[in-house]
Ligand binder design. Structure first.
Ligand SMILES: Nc1nc2c(ncn2[C@@H]2O[C@H](COP(=O)(O)OP(=O)(O)OP(=O)(O)O)[C@@H](O)[C@H]2O)c(=O)[nH]1
Length: 372
């Protein structure tokens, strides 16, 4: 895969009214957003958000309305990008060096990520850089309880932005931060008031960083952030560090979020033995076919029996990126690490299915906090 030639794409998501447009409006005025193509997906026949964005000569803002990108307009994303880029080139302007897609507030971002991975035209030109999700400090808690889409937006995010912090007290902020960390422990949390946050945090959340596309495996996987941390294979020291949170609000570990009987679990498996490619494929295939919808996010660095270099895997629900070989020096050991965010799937189920394909003699998994 030619990562150096692919244009980074950032997906800005968050529930209705969570502050996405306010943030974007600030960002498009920043120098680091020069030469960025902003795509705003609006729901309804008359989209307004794009009118609220202050546009400069150095950015292009295009609107996609009349439907939600995640359900009805999939073909339109490539068409919109293609037309916008053609128009730029026709005006003698350079092709964009970055694309930011603002989703509708009701969108489950997973289908958009799938599109970036699977659409032929898109996959050869663009690469997902990060998913940034706005969560309203006041309404966020209730929204998470009431709306599955909101949970899914949080689950796939690399960065969580708690917005409207001027309207919430410390106690509420702290509770929300914990709730967010219980869904997605590895996502950095930032607090934002009136969109006042540098767009630089869009960059560098993915596996590849900067123009040189160097690897940052630890920063990408953040397996140590996961509270439910299981060792398989030989007994392995578990790690239970706190989530990385550069904000004053430090999540202090809450149980998993439960909504109408739906439990979201975030957990990590470490597998010390080398895994055969067949076992890996069968395990993941079965997980995806039985419960793909419920596997909100999977990331892994895997060591296989038939190759020296590790592989990075990145899946959203039932779709995986093609495995990306990593240089040996990008990891410090030969332990495979999988991080999962699941909905109504217990860690023990995932582990049992692994054992089924490996006949592993691993010690029984004894979760300290089985969540589902
Ligand atoms: N007090 C306060 N209000 C804010 C803040 N950020 C955004 N708002 C207000 O919240 C409302 C919704 O913000 P938007 O930026 O339009 O939210 P959105 O996510 O784009 O909304 P949709 O397009 O409907 O999904 C607007 O009235 C904003 O002015 C903030 O930090 N503090």
């Amino acid at each position: 895969m030619q990562f150096t030639t692919l244009t980074p794409v950032n997906v800005l998501t968050g529930f209705l009214g969570s502050g996405k447009t306010t943030l974007l409006n600030r960002w498009v005025r920043q120098a680091s957003m020069r030469n960025t193509l902003v795509v705003i997906n609006e729901f309804g026949d008359i989209g307004l958000d794009h009118l609220l964005i202050t546009q400069s000569d150095e950015q292009t803002v295009v609107e996609m309305s009349s439907g939600c990108l995640c359900c009805t307009l999939r073909g339109d994303l490539s068409r919109t990008l293609q037309q916008a880029i053609d128009a730029l080139l026709a005006e003698g302007k350079p092709a964009p060096s970055r694309v930011v897609i603002e989703t509708t507030g009701l969108a489950d971002p997973a289908p958009i990520l799938h599109l970036l991975m699977t659409d032929h035209w898109l996959a050869h030109r663009f690469q997902l850089d990060s998913v940034v999700c706005c969560v309203d400090a006041v309404n966020g808690e209730a929204t998470l309880q009431a709306h599955r889409e909101s949970q899914r937006q949080v689950a796939v995010a690399d960065r969580l932005l708690i917005t409207k912090t001027d309207l919430a007290d410390e106690e509420r902020l702290s509770y929300l931060a914990n709730q967010l960390a219980s869904i997605n422990p590895a996502a950095e949390q930032w607090q934002v008031q009136n969109g006042n946050l540098s767009p630089d945090l869009l960059v560098g959340a993915g596996l590849y960083r900067g123009a040189s596309q160097e690897y940052q495996v630890e920063g990408w996987l953040k397996s140590a952030s996961y509270q439910l941390h299981y060792a398989m294979g030989h007994q392995h020291a578990t790690s239970q560090q706190s989530a990385i949170t550069p904000t004053p609000v430090t999540p202090s570990r809450q149980p998993t979020l439960t909504r109408h009987g739906e439990n979201i679990s975030a957990f990590c498996f470490c597998i010390e033995e080398l895994i055969t490619p067949e076992a890996l494929e069968n395990w993941l295939d079965l997980l995806m076919s039985l419960m793909g919808e419920k596997m909100l996010r999977i990331k892994a660095v895997v060591h296989l029996t038939d190759r020296e270099e590790p592989l990075a895997l990145h899946g959203v629900q039932h779709i995986f990126h093609p495995p990306a070989p990593l240089p040996n020096h990008s990891v410090s050991d030969r332990i495979s690490r999988f991080v999962f965010i699941t909905q109504n799937v217990a860690p023990s189920t995932v582990a049992e299915l692994y054992r089924f394909f490996t006949s592993s003699t691993s010690p029984a998994i004894t979760p300290t906090n089985e969540a589902t």
